[in-house]
Design a protein around this ligand. Structure first.
Ligand SMILES: CC(C)(COP(=O)(O)OP(=O)(O)OC[C@H]1O[C@@H](n2cnc3c(N)ncnc32)[C@H](O)[C@@H]1OP(=O)(O)O)[C@@H](O)C(=O)NCCC(=O)NCCSC(=O)C[C@H](O)C(=O)O
Ligand SMILES: [Mg+2]
Length: 284
């Protein structure tokens, strides 16, 4: 299956060193998993985490998309992580702190044909988002809003105003190049209302889903980023009305008092395709 056709409503980080969490993930209804070797793994545990992860991934994670996040190549662990990840049973490798396409070039020299994802979390990365999105090996972008806030010296706000320039630049780049884009994490993993509000904001803006840090966050992300039954019904009615109008020689239909043109039909078809992809993933 084309990586870009899969759903990414819920993308759960799991520390590569935590065997219990690696096991539990097989029971969770997540669309994708980021197996982390970077921030969630203590320095002393990093070498062993590579082996733990390789064994866990060899056992498989069903239809979930599997992505391994390595350490940056300019760290003492980066090269060994990249070499190890290239041998793992995963769908993609995620590189943190990508400043420009040359970082992806350097990784691709080690990892060969494996698709790459980029953490978008540095000011340079924001300013070069379009070049990063255009990289031939790039299949997805992940917003790193914690690192970005650190770099910007900004404060966390419920409306995420300080994030909007970076998020907007990355969204434009991802959409211009047909790349998946997943929103950053919500740190307060026991605050369901805050998480829901941030998911809604990310969905409204056009991100494909949310990165998560705890299983308790999965349900809200899955719900928010899936087309609702009302959206599915409307999409089908728009397609039907437009096709009926076409048979009458009309280029415009009206549904619920609103015009439906070919561009709205394209969106309606995307809604149905997303619902089908989610249903296919759930049917394990
Ligand atoms: C945040 C946590 C440290 C909390 O862990 P813990 O106290 O163990 O939580 P619970 O006791 O509530 O756990 C209940 C069960 O769920 C399992 N669990 C917990 N977390 C995960 C997980 N992420 N994936 C799968 N399973 C998980 C526990 O094992 C318990 O299982 P069981 O005993 O069988 O019931 C912890 O959640 C955690 O470590 N989360 C991940 C943190 C992480 O990955 N951070 C790095 C990514 S965020 C980032 O880097 C952002 C980005 O780069 C940026 O810049 O923004
Ligand atoms: Mg980060």
């Amino acid at each position: 299956m084309d990586m870009r056709a899969r759903p990414y409503r819920s993308v759960l980080y799991i520390p590569g060193s935590k065997e219990r969490a690696l096991e539990k993930a097989r029971t969770l209804p997540v669309d994708a998993i980021i197996f982390d070797l970077e921030d969630a793994v203590a320095p002393a545990e990093k070498p062993a985490a590579r082996d733990t992860l390789k064994t866990a991934l060899a056992q498989g994670y069903g239809k979930r998309t599997t992505i391994v996040r390595i350490n940056a190549l300019d760290t003492e662990w980066g090269r060994a992580d990249a070499e190890a990840a290239a041998q793992m049973n995963c769908d993609a490798i995620l590189l943190p702190k990508v400043d420009g396409p040359e970082h992806l070039d350097a990784l691709a020299q080690i990892t060969g044909d494996t698709p790459l994802w980029a953490m978008m979390e540095t000011p340079k990365g924001m300013l070069r988002a379009a070049e990063i999105a255009a990289h031939p090996k790039l299949a997805g972008m992940v917003m790193g809003t914690n690192d970005l806030a650190k770099e910007l010296q900004s404060r966390f706000r419920p409306d995420r105003l300080p994030m909007m320039t970076g998020l907007g630049l990355c969204l434009l780049a991802a959409k211009a190049h047909g790349t998946v884009i997943v929103d950053g994490v919500y740190n307060a993993f026991k605050d369901d209302d805050g998480l829901r509000a941030e998911c809604e904001q990310g969905r409204d803006m056009g991100t494909d889903g949310k990165t998560l840090i705890h299983p308790a966050q999965v349900e809200i992300a899955n719900e928010t980023f899936a087309p609702s039954q009302a959206e599915i019904d409307l999409a089908q009615r728009q397609i039907d009305a437009f096709e009926a109008a076409g048979k009458e020689g009309q280029a415009v239909a009206v549904v619920d008092g609103k015009i439906v043109e070919n561009l709205h039909v394209a969106t309606a078809r995307e809604t149905l395709a997303k619902a089908e992809a989610i249903a296919a993933l759930s049917a394990e």
